[in-house]
Design a protein around this ligand. Structure first.
Ligand SMILES: NC(=O)c1ccc[n+]([C@@H]2O[C@H](COP(=O)([O-])OP(=O)(O)OC[C@H]3O[C@@H](n4cnc5c(N)ncnc54)[C@H](OP(=O)(O)O)[C@@H]3O)[C@@H](O)[C@H]2O)c1
Length: 267
């Protein structure tokens, strides 16, 4: 199947207004998929939609939704309507705080957890159900190396990304026999406007070896059929900053799946 046959006719990109999300949208549209672009700022979304229509000739819908709001998934469902969504990319998810847990207002952490955990969970449920029924589709969750362990300044962020990692692995195991691909795309430092802003606020220099959003989107989409995990810049058998390589994690998920089948039964 072509990319469009496998993941079309509509894609939802959450966090599409800049950086990697913007590049995911452009590259997905270039493969012939219509796009639903979600972020908080309507201006950059509309500008991107115009660019995508001109570049790829596909349909584009934009919607300003704050993914940190408890009803964000319901808002996205209303925007998607009865369009057939075959690809869901969750890109939004960085930590703009750069603070220790107790040195920040609690609401900032609640918002971060709501966006990265509950909205991701609810939106995946919304789109993966019809994908499973159709026997095809893709769910790509953009993750961070922080998912592999906690550290100071990243307690809530890394915990939320650990959820996204385990969630993607479990979904991959449940959906892989139904034609639905699931990937946790684990990034290292990447040249995005949000990360540049954080570095500038902290007075830190720009990294010299960070990834480009164009490459991240390209590699991420290419890796989507090879889940559940891809660590940016590393091959499948290399652990890098992770306690296990993607190969080892995949083997572990499959091993536990055998046990789960004996406990919960086959689907
Ligand atoms: N940049 C890095 O070095 C790096 C490293 C590791 C992992 N990552 C991961 O890569 C992804 C992208 O990161 P990023 O650096 O581009 O920053 P980001 O803050 O996740 O921003 C990406 C996009 O998400 C949107 N967004 C953020 N919060 C939102 C909210 N509450 N509701 C709706 N949209 C929201 C932003 O648009 P609006 O502002 O218009 O809403 C933007 O379009 C994240 O998942 C992050 O964890 C990045």
């Amino acid at each position: 199947m072509s990319f469009a046959e496998r993941y079309g006719p509509w894609a939802v990109i959450a966090g599409a207004s800049e950086g990697t999300g913007r590049e995911f949208a452009r590259q997905i549209a270039a493969q012939g998929l219509n796009c639903i672009l979600i972020a908080r700022r309507e201006g950059p979304l509309k500008e991107l939609a115009e660019q995508i229509r001109a570049e790829s000739g596909v349909e584009c819908v934009t919607a300003s939704v704050d993914l940190a709001k408890p009803d964000a998934a319901e808002q996205i469902a209303a925007v998607a309507g009865d369009r057939e969504v075959g690809l869901y990319v969750n890109n939004a998810g960085a930590d703009p705080n750069g603070k220790r847990f107790l040195d920040n207002d609690l609401q900032n952490w609640v918002d971060l957890a709501q966006r990265n955990v509950m909205t991701t969970l609810k939106t995946a449920y919304l789109f993966a159900g019809p994908m499973r029924a159709r026997g095809r589709g893709g769910v790509l969750l953009v993750n961070s190396g922080a998912c592999y362990g906690g550290s100071s300044f990243m307690a809530t962020y890394s915990a939320s990304k650990a959820f996204d990692l385990c969630f993607a692995e479990g979904l991959w195991a449940e959906l892989r026999n139904h034609g639905v691909d699931v990937l946790s795309l684990v990034l290292g430092q990447t040249d995005t406007p949000a990360y540049r802003t954080l570095l500038a606020e902290k007075g830190l220099p720009l990294p010299t070896n960070w990834a480009s959003p164009v490459e991240v989107a390209k590699v991420g989409l290419a890796q989507l059929p090879h889940g559940p995990v891809y660590n940016w810049g590393q091959t499948n058998d290399v652990a890098g900053y992770a306690p296990n390589s993607p190969d080892q994690r995949r083997a572990r998920v499959l091993m536990i799946e055998q046990h789960s089948r004996s406990t919960f039964g086959d689907d």
